[in-house]
Every structure is written in C-alpha cells, then in structure tokens.
Design a protein around this ligand. Structure first.
Ligand code: GLA
Length: 355
C-alpha cells in the first residue's frame, strides 16, 4: 500500500503533502561536527516518509505503520519521552516561525530501524520541515532545512547533537558521500565506488544520544578547547595541535587527540575516495575506529571484536559509526565478496543485522 493510501485509510481524507528522506551512515569523521571539523557521511537506501494533512481542530495526530492508533498531542508539553515528541517538535518550530498554524494529521512510514544510529530522528524532522515548507513556504534551501532541524533537536528536544545528521539526510543521496565542513557548511558530493561497498551492520546494542555520555564528551571537548585557547578544537593549526595537545591533562588530552586526528583523517579519506585508493580509505577507517576505542572511549568490547572480525574476513577497513556506545559499524568490502563476508560475520555474531 502506498503512503497516500495508508494515510487515507486512517484519516479518511487525502494528505496535502508527502515527503521521503533517507537515513545516513557516517563513513568517517566521528564527533568532529560539534568541534568545527570535517565529516564524511552518506545517505543510505532506507528512508522515512511522511504524509501530512490539516486536522479539524488544533491538535496534532500521529500514526505510523507500527503504531496505527493515532496519538493526540498539543504543544503545551513537547518532551515526554514518547516517539511522537520528534514530529511534534518539528511542528512547534514551524508554528513559531509563522508557518503551519493549524493542527495536523500525520502518517509516518519508515524502513529505518529506530534508535539504530542511522538518523531516523533527523530524517523524520527534515521530512516534516521539507513537506510543510514546500507547501506553505517560505522557500528554504536544503542547508537551511538542516539548520532548522538541528535547532528542533537542540532547543525543543534538548538533544545536544551537531549538524552532521541533518545535513547528510537533507543534502546527500545514496551513492554519494557528503564531505562537509561543519563550521561553514560548505560541502562537496563525492561519488562512491561501485566495485566496493560500505556495508552497514547493527551490532544489536542500542543506545540513545540523550542519555548523558554524548553530552559528557561534548563538555570534555569544550574544556580541551578552552585549555588550548581556541573556541573549537578544529580551529587548532597543525603545529599547535602537535605541540599543545600532549600537554593537556587527561581525559582532555585523549579527547582532543581523537578530534584533531579524526578531522585530519576525513581530509585524507576524501582524497582517497576521489582517487579510488580504497586500501588507503580502509586503513583510515580502521585507524578511526582505534581512535574512537582508545582516545575517545566510545566503543564497546563487543563492537571492537566485530570490527576486528570484519577485517579478518576480508574488509579493507571497518569502524564504529555514529554517536557510539552501541549502534552500527560500517565495513568497506569488495562488492563481489559481500555475500560471503556477510555469511561469515553472521556465523560469528548471530546478533548482527545488516542494514
Ligand atoms: C550523533 C550526532 C551527530 C554527531 C555524531 C558523532 O550522530 O547526532 O551530530 O555528533 O553523533 O559523530
């Protein structure tokens, strides 16, 4: 059934706007986005779709393929811990901007596993903002939509995320990597290779960004930047990074070393991708994982094992991806060998699901 038909079946009327937005996976550049650094995510072939219509009253009604009974919400309280907080917060932002003023009936369809670190929340918010602003105005570029979606998460939902996920899902399409400068938001789209694939696998361990450990890493990075006399860690020059980071106290020294070296690795990875130097790219991905494991301390022993096995079974490189403490890892595998590699990974770790 199409999303239009699902919407009509539930609400008995036609939607006025429909929008589909992909999820993302980050190839390299972790925890650099709130430090003014580079990131290199790509859009994936799984997405979130929304269908929206006007409600007869001032309430917001949300349903989805998994939750077919409408949840009724109003704007008096947004943060309740319910999944509908996310779409509601997007409408709160639209209303505050003088956009959509009435209540709304919303149907959400998604094949993006929620809470898997593939940016289902960023995709959902971007989908609603795009659907509504394309209908009612004002015209917004993809970058403006991404910035608005980040504000929805930061200000209305108190999720302290950076801008990577929103930019990735608003701008990139599957088959393209987005080399993004998170400070200026200047970006370049780089075609992904065909003979090699970035295979995304969920570790089976779930985590949330609002549970405190992500915010703690942000505070540690801010403390390191303050001690080094810069606003953001990626404002350091190569010389000052080399000379000053080793003098920091722990854990700031390790955190700053991860962020700075990761920022440099993204630049090298983008060059390797452009030049089709995939061995080099794989190597950088693995170094990135080690930096997250040892310096930023956001990996888990079971994910370290999965990443090691992935390489033993033939991947050119592998790394944890996303905020950390669970979620997905991404491996660079020769396309012709993906089936065999997946079989071996599943035998070793039956809890893995491929995305
Ligand atoms: C989450 C956040 C992003 C980014 C990554 C880590 O996905 O939403 O802004 O900080 O973690 O790279």
């Amino acid at each position: 059934m199409s999303i239009q038909e699902s919407y009509e079946r539930i609400y008995g009327a036609s939607p006025v706007a429909i929008q589909q937005v992909p999820g993302r996976v980050n190839l390299i550049g972790e925890h650099t986005d709130y430090n003014g650094g580079l990131v290199l995510p790509t859009a994936i072939n799984k997405s979130v779709s929304v269908a929206i219509g006007e409600a007869a009253d001032d309430y917001y009604y949300f349903t989805s393929a998994i939750f077919p009974d409408p949840v009724r919400r109003d704007l008096s309280k947004i943060r309740t811990g319910h999944w509908s907080d996310y779409p509601l917060a997007a409408f709160a932002w639209l209303k505050a901007q003088g956009g959509w003023q009435k209540g709304a009936e919303v149907y959400i369809d998604s094949d993006l596993p929620h809470g898997s670190g593939l940016s289902s929340s960023a995709a959902l918010i971007v989908a609603i903002l795009k659907a509504v602003t394309e209908l009612t105005g004002p015209y917004m570029t993809d970058t403006e939509v991404a910035k608005a979606a980040q504000r929805v998460e930061n200000e209305y939902l108190a999720v302290p995320c950076g801008i990577m996920d929103q930019m990735a899902v608003a701008v990139a399409r599957p088959g393209q990597a987005l080399l993004l400068n998170t400070e200026t938001l200047a970006f370049e789209l780089i075609e992904l290779p065909h003979a090699h694939s970035f295979v995304v696998a969920h570790s089976g361990v779930y985590r949330r960004l609002d549970e405190g450990r992500y915010a703690l890493r942000r505070r540690e990075c801010d403390a390191a930047a303050a001690a080094l006399g810069v606003k953001l860690l990626c404002h350091l020059t190569e010389e000052s990074a080399k000379g000053l980071i080793p003098k920091l106290e722990q854990p700031m020294r390790q955190r700053a070393r991860h962020v700075w070296t990761e920022h440099c690795r993204v630049q090298q990875a983008a060059s390797a991708l452009r030049a089709h130097e995939l061995e080099e790219l794989g190597q950088l991905m693995t170094e990135s994982h080690h930096s997250m494991r040892d310096d930023f301390e956001i990996s888990l022993p079971v994910i370290d094992e999965m990443v090691d096995c992935s390489r033993r079974f033939g991947a050119l490189g592998a790394r944890l991806t996303g905020g950390g403490f669970g979620g997905c890892f991404v491996s660079l595998v020769e396309t012709a060998k993906v089936d065999d590699w997946q079989q071996r990974m599943l035998q070793a770790f039956p809890e893995i699901t491929f995305v």
